[in-house]
Design a protein around this ligand. Structure first.
Ligand SMILES: C[S@@+](CC[C@H](N)C(=O)[O-])C[C@H]1O[C@@H](n2cnc3c(N)ncnc32)[C@H](O)[C@@H]1O
Length: 206
């Protein structure tokens, strides 16, 4: 377990209100925390995206963009059209201060979490977002609905999240219903300094 107070708080969250309050308090030091813990999921997600989306000008939407570490990883991978959103105004304020990463950023509410037109984005990413007391398992189906045919949904599920079978069940249900195909589900490092792992899921809308 990390000594970082926010990392401890992250595993004691009781509801979304506490989640949003935590990220509000964490925003200023979040990037340093993730650096200290050697956060690898964004890099792995972008490497997965590069395997399936050679078009670096594809329109990408980064759900739960936070302070923008995820957008920075996408830009480092050569992607040029990145929009994003988050429920935390404090996290988005930091993402907005980054130069040349995001074209558009929105603060969203849980009542209307994905305020963009169906089919507009070829790729939707969610890095560290689909998790307990964060975005729930049904988010996977909702995001697939927002994609065009052949669009890609790429996200991480960390080892704590995977203890709840509902997240993988949502992926398998999307495949068995014919809505999407699971192209990859690769396990690997998440936060190296904590020994945490994640699965990078790549789903393609049918
Ligand atoms: C671990 S951070 C990841 C941020 C960024 N994607 C990254 O890789 O650094 C999780 C983010 O998800 C956001 N979040 C939590 N619940 C959410 C929800 N239901 N919908 C969208 N974003 C949410 C938080 O505000 C926070 O910025």
């Amino acid at each position: 377990m990390s000594d970082n107070p926010f990392m401890k708080r992250a595993y004691q969250l009781k509801d979304q209100g506490e989640t949003q309050a935590m990220y509000g308090d964490w925003a200023e030091s979040y990037d340093q925390t993730m650096k200290d813990h050697d956060y690898q999921s964004p890099r792995r997600i972008v490497e997965a995206l590069q395997r399936h989306c050679p078009d670096r000008d594809a329109f990408i939407f980064d759900v739960g963009c936070g302070t923008g570490l995820s957008g920075q990883a996408l830009a480092a991978g050569g992607y040029t059209h990145i929009d994003g959103s988050d429920v935390s105004p404090e996290m988005v304020a930091i993402a907005r201060s980054l130069d040349g990463i995001y074209q558009n950023l929105d603060v969203v509410t849980l009542d209307n979490p994905f305020p963009f037109d169906d089919g507009h984005y070829q790729v939707i990413t969610a890095m560290g977002v689909i998790a307990d007391k964060h975005a729930p398992p049904e988010t996977i189906d909702q995001l697939l609905d927002k994609l065009p045919q052949n669009g890609l949904l790429i996200f991480s599920l960390n080892n704590h999240t995977l203890e709840n079978p509902a997240y993988m069940a949502a992926c398998h249900a999307a495949q068995s219903s014919g809505k999407a195909t699971i192209l990859e589900q690769e396990s690997g490092p998440h936060m190296v300094k904590l020994g945490m792992t994640s699965k990078i899921m790549v789903l393609q809308k049918n």
